[in-house]
Design a protein around this ligand. Structure first.
Ligand SMILES: O=c1ccn([C@@H]2O[C@H](COP(=O)(O)O)[C@@H](O)[C@H]2O)c(=O)[nH]1
Length: 246
């Protein structure tokens, strides 16, 4: 794996701003300003703060991943994708379990918003494969999908590529298999990142930041190891240091 510069490493980090309101999220984002990382806005923050949080983060120079994991009938997802595209986010996601027609509708919604002149750029659209909190046992015994978890992830990755999406959300452990199946340019966005000794919490399929980089992932989604730290900027800097160490 080629050694990364500090800027390249920071560009790969998406900080999960899982905060209860805009004030808390922006206070945290400001502590991390100047480091070139992305901000990920998920359900907790978006449902509390609304679309203005995207504009607030964009105006501070951050790239924004809107992580709302749409999963609905194709017509509804198409409309959702149009609205999200108008917001100016850089990346958003849908659930691969919605199927090819639903994922295709998301991509269509993006095109429609851009062609109508409602958006300055087209966001990337990616699909969630299997949540990183899902274990092999839960997949087989509870959700009822048989076979290996990695195969289920690769199956969704193939479907999302077929639907014209640009990548997937998966664990760093599945990156090699996804790239082998869908090509190296197919984007992998990987939560389930835990620095050595960090609390695993509800995640199941995890690696360290360094192992994720060495495994070839494009983006590392990191929440609590940074956001729950008493010094988030220092926690992020330590992760960056680990990612670029020779
Ligand atoms: O499969 C998935 C999809 C999304 N996430 C999101 O990533 C972050 C991870 O936060 P941590 O605190 O580092 O666990 C969180 O916002 C999830 O909603 C995921 O973990 N797994």
């Amino acid at each position: 794996m080629p050694i990364l510069t500090l800027k390249e490493a920071a560009n790969k980090i998406m900080v999960a701003l899982d905060k209860p309101d805009a004030a808390a999220a922006l206070a945290l984002a400001e502590q991390l300003q100047g480091r070139d990382c992305w901000m990920k806005v998920g359900m907790e923050l978006f449902y509390a703060a609304g679309p203005s949080i995207v504009r607030d983060l964009k105006s501070r120079g951050f790239r924004v991943f809107l992580d709302l994991k749409m999963h609905d009938i194709p017509n509804t997802v198409r409309g959702g994708a149009r609205s999200i595209t108008r917001l100016g986010v850089d990346l958003f996601n849908v659930h691969g379990a919605g199927g090819v027609a639903m994922m295709y509708a998301a991509a269509e919604g993006v095109r429609e918003a851009v062609e109508a002149g409602d958006a300055q750029h087209a966001p990337l659209v990616i699909a969630v494969t299997q949540l990183t909190s899902t274990s092999q046992i839960v997949l087989n015994k509870e959700i009822g999908i048989t076979g290996q978890l990695e195969d289920a992830v690769v199956h969704y990755a193939r479907l999302s590529r077929e639907a014209g999406l640009q990548g997937v959300v998966a664990s760093p452990l599945e990156v090699a298999a996804i790239k082998a199946a869908c090509g190296t340019g197919f984007i992998t966005v990987t939560p389930g990142i835990r620095p050595r000794g960090a609390d695993v919490g509800d995640q199941s399929r995890i690696t360290t930041p360094r192992d994720a980089v060495d495994g070839g992932t494009d983006y590392l989604v990191i929440g609590r190891p940074i956001t729950a730290s008493h010094n988030p900027a220092e926690a992020l800097d330590n992760i960056l240091k680990e990612m670029i160490e020779q």
